[in-house]
Design a protein around this ligand. Structure first.
Ligand SMILES: O=P(O)(O)OC[C@H]1O[C@H](O[C@H]2O[C@H](CO)[C@@H](O)[C@H](O)[C@H]2O)[C@H](O)[C@@H](O)[C@@H]1O
Length: 277
């Protein structure tokens, strides 16, 4: 074990024993950026939540921060999202980041590159059509078609939550053998192929260069991120939740703004000079 590895291992064991000391000081991580893989959820972690999926925006300075961290980690920074790679690329345009997309359905290892793996087959058209009809239950229910999955957003129609889940259950009950599962998120009910999760996507990412052999540092906010929190110990990694202290994490941030400030300080070499967010 190298001196650096020993230092980071010591830091990690300290963290798990000290829940009050929630997030490491950026300066303590700076010397270890060549041993770490930075894995970041998008909505509710890097970006503030918005009323609809299309209304999110990337604050000034964030892309610059991510680009610096990509260089300092020799490319071992990835976005880990429920969004499709196509959607992620539109949000962060013109940047194209390494990413696990669609809750593990897609993966891209290098910034600027093509997708390296697409795990999920397209969703059956008839099933998608039936699920899409659920949007007629109430004005304000928005459909997001990812090709291999379908998300029903009800942030603008919160009263429709119960009816949406009931209708999805009814359709699923008619298709007992279908390899699909329901993934609840923040004001969203997603119906996806059962064969992949964010955790399976991260496991695969961590088997490939430049991520392989590094200690992942994952930040996420949602129920869908819990599968990744759970596997971080397998890679001697650290996990952090946003907004609440999730079970089993090493610490938490209060809000996406705090995550951005942390990453910015990390990119600046651990100093307190925070560029505009
Ligand atoms: O894994 P993430 O990167 O956190 O993506 C999770 C889902 O994010 C998006 O929906 C959520 O964010 C929207 C914008 O803030 C918000 O309007 C919606 O209520 C949230 O559920 C995205 O649209 C989904 O595809 C992702 O699965």
């Amino acid at each position: 074990m190298s001196e650096n590895s020993e230092l980071i291992a010591a830091r990690m064991s300290t963290l798990s024993d000290e829940p009050a000391e929630t997030v490491p000081a950026p300066a303590s991580l700076v010397p270890h950026l060549r041993e770490v893989a930075i894995l970041l959820d998008i909505d509710g972690t890097l970006l503030d939540l918005a009323p609809t999926p299309r209304e999110v925006w990337v604050p000034p300075g964030l892309a610059e921060t991510l680009n610096i961290l990509l260089r300092r980690t020799s490319g071992a920074l990835a976005l880990v999202s429920g969004r499709s790679l196509n959607d992620i690329d539109l949000i962060f345009a013109p940047e194209i980041y390494p990413a696990v997309g669609g809750h593990g359905a897609e993966m891209r290892l290098a910034s600027g590159g093509e997708a390296d793996a697409i795990k999920a087959p397209p969703m059956d058209k008839e099933l998608k059509r039936r699920l899409a009809a659920i949007a007629r239950l109430s004005p304000g229910i928005l459909l997001e078609d990812k090709g291999y999955s379908l998300a029903l957003h009800y942030r603008l129609a919160p009263q429709a939550e119960k009816a949406i889940y009931e209708e999805v259950s009814r359709i699923r009950a008619e298709l007992p053998g279908a390899p699909i599962e329901v993934l609840p998120g923040k004001c969203v009910c997603e119906i996806k192929h059962a064969g992949f999760t964010k955790a399976s996507g991260v496991r695969e990412l961590m088997r490939r260069a430049p991520f392989e052999g590094r200690k992942p540092f994952f930040i996420g906010d949602d129920v869908t991120d819990e599968s990744v929190f759970a596997i971080m110990p397998d890679f001697a990694g650290l996990s952090f939740s946003v907004g609440r202290r999730a079970l089993g994490v090493d610490g938490h941030f209060d809000a996406p703004d705090d995550v951005r400030a942390f990453l910015s300080r990390l990119a600046q070499g651990g100093t307190n000079s925070v560029p505009p967010r």
